[in-house]
Design a protein around this ligand. Structure first.
Ligand code: BES
Ligand code: ZN
Ligand code: ZN
Length: 499
């Protein structure tokens, strides 16, 4: 897909879709359309016999023809102007894009000046670009017949002067494409994506990023690092574990340069181990590396946007499989930080690999650590499949990530780590155990376990993406099935706005 700006006076010569915003005026008895269209478009709409069915209601779309029959006008219903918001624009644009992408014409012109609910023209172009890139994603690499959209070019029309036009579109496109990369990695099948192939793929992708250094630890190096919890999860695997360690150093020196570290759960398949998952919950466990994919994607988008901060991205990769060497429940393992952990349930493996990865990352002394993981089924019980959970050890950082998620219209909600649940993770036979005493508050107990591996009170944020990682088909800019890429935008926003 190609995105660019048109000069205000020049329109596209090709037959095209002309996309305009429409709002709803509910002040009268009957709702009617309110708009800032030019005379010709307004007249063409007036002459449409069935125009009364379109009132500009939120997420509705109306298609009509220009008087010269050369242009198809697409009106996006964005609801009442003072109640409209970015998410309504995303959802309506996504629906329109999906309806038009195979409808024949190759170009669409967005008349940004008609989108009057947003003041800043650059923001309008940014949101529409991100949305169209995200809406275009399909997981079709294993389909013999692929869908090739006819719509290939998006043009933005405005009378406003915008600084740095091409960069703006480039960054927006990069963010959308990073969301799609997270989806593509997460959707990849476990007979192709294992810890070894995944590490190679990440290494290759990251090597192309400006200012990024790649280091990958193999099994021998992981042993040397005493990451015994990662090794314990990997014990039943046919593949070696990997710890991918990426470092981004910004080119420009800035006064308030900070260091942000990202730590991702990369379980390429979660069978549950000896505590084998039942058939109903084992399918979709290829997505158990979603945390690592989300954070790598956010890292990449931030780097490509010229992030002013130093970034570290640590991804712990292995599957959780069963063979004759697999770790047995009741085993006690010494973690990298020296604490002993009684493994009561081999299906609570994510917290084990993250524990060692978090301890490793703390030694790099970042200003803040964010981990992301498809960590607990309990998260779906607590918050449903639509809301991501955040927990942490410091209120300011939690407040900032909540704000970033709000800015991006992604659902994020804080859960409390209370002392009682931290106590529940202590073991009678070892320092810690990897499951709580009951099923209750499972999401927070997992977080309480992770907190035991944060050194020197480094501000730490834990995102449990178990609910939001997969299928978010209620969002029109997400695919109808499979990985969603949700939280990539929020994490990237948090990084780029960190102070
Ligand atoms: N990967 C799962 C969590 C999960 C469940 C992610 C559903 C996405 C959808 C995790 O490793 C796991 O199995 N957790 C256990 C923990 C329990 C044994 C304490 C769970 O949630 O049942
Ligand atoms: Zn598990
Ligand atoms: Zn898991």
């Amino acid at each position: 897909m190609n995105f660019s700006f048109l000069t205000a006076t020049k329109s596209s010569k090709k037959p095209h879709y002309h996309v305009v915003a429409a709002y709803q005026d509910t002040s009268k008895k009957k709702a009617v359309v309110k708009h800032k269209w030019n005379k010709e478009i307004a007249q063409a709409f007036k002459e449409m016999p069935n125009n009364s069915i379109f009132t500009g209601a939120s997420e509705s779309i109306f298609k009509f023809c220009s008087k010269d029959k050369k242009t198809i006008i697409i009106a996006l219903g964005l609801g009442e102007e003072n109640k409209s918001n970015n998410e309504i624009i995303r959802k309506t644009t996504a629906k329109a894009y999906k309806a038009l992408k195979n409808d024949g014409l190759s170009e669409a012109v967005f008349d940004l000046d008609t989108f009057t609910s947003i003041k800043d023209t650059a923001t309008k172009a940014k949101i529409i670009t991100e949305t169209i890139v995200m809406s275009g994603y399909v997981f079709d690499k294993y389909k013999s017949k692929k869908d090739e959209p006819t719509l290939k070019k998006i043009l933005f029309q405005t009378t406003d002067k915008i600084a740095n036009k091409q960069n703006l579109l480039k960054n927006a496109q990069a963010l959308g494409e990073s969301v799609n990369l997270a989806r593509e990695l997460t959707n990849e099948v476990p007979n192709i994506l294992n810890s070894e192939t995944y590490a190679k793929l990440l290494q290759k992708d990251a090597a192309q990023l400006p200012g990024v250094q790649v280091k990958t630890l193999n099994k021998a190096q992981i042993k040397k690092e005493k990451m015994n919890l990662l090794l314990a999860v990997n014990a039943g695997s046919a593949y070696e574990p990997r710890l991918v360690h990426l470092t981004y150093t910004p080119k420009k020196k800035s006064k308030n340069k900070k260091h942000i570290a990202l730590v991702g759960k990369g379980i390429t398949f979660d069978t549950g181990g000896y505590n084998l998952k039942p058939s109903a919950s084992i399918v979709t466990m290829k997505t158990d590396m979603g945390g690592s994919a989300t954070l790598y994607a956010a890292f990449k988008a931030a780097v490509l946007s010229g992030c002013p901060h130093k970034l570290t991205c640590v991804l712990a990769l292995t599957d959780n499989a069963v063979n004759e060497n697999a770790t047995m429940p009741d085993s006690i393992i010494k973690a990298r930080n020296g604490k002993t952990v009684e493994i009561l349930n081999t299906d609570a493996e994510g917290r084990l690999i993250l524990a060692d990865a978090l301890d490793y990352t703390c030694e790099l002394k970042p200003n803040v650590i964010i981990d992301a993981a498809t960590l607990t089924g309990a998260c779906l019980v607590a918050l449903g499949t639509e809301v991501c959970a955040v927990m942490g050890n410091e209120d300011k950082s939690i407040g900032e990530i909540l704000k970033a998620a709000k800015r991006q219209d992604e659902y994020l909600w804080q859960l409390p780590i209370i002392e009682e649940w931290r106590k529940d993770m202590k073991s009678k036979n070892a320092d810690l155990k990897n499951t709580g005493g009951s099923r209750f508050a499972g999401t927070v107990k997992a977080a309480a376990f992770l907190q035991e591996f944060i050194k020197n009170d480094i501000p730490w944020l834990h995102l449990d993406i178990a609910g939001v990682c997969d299928n978010q088909s209620h969002l029109p800019y997400c695919p109808s099935h499979g990985a969603s890429g949700i939280m990539v935008r929020s994490v990237c926003d948090y990084i780029l706005n960190y102070e």
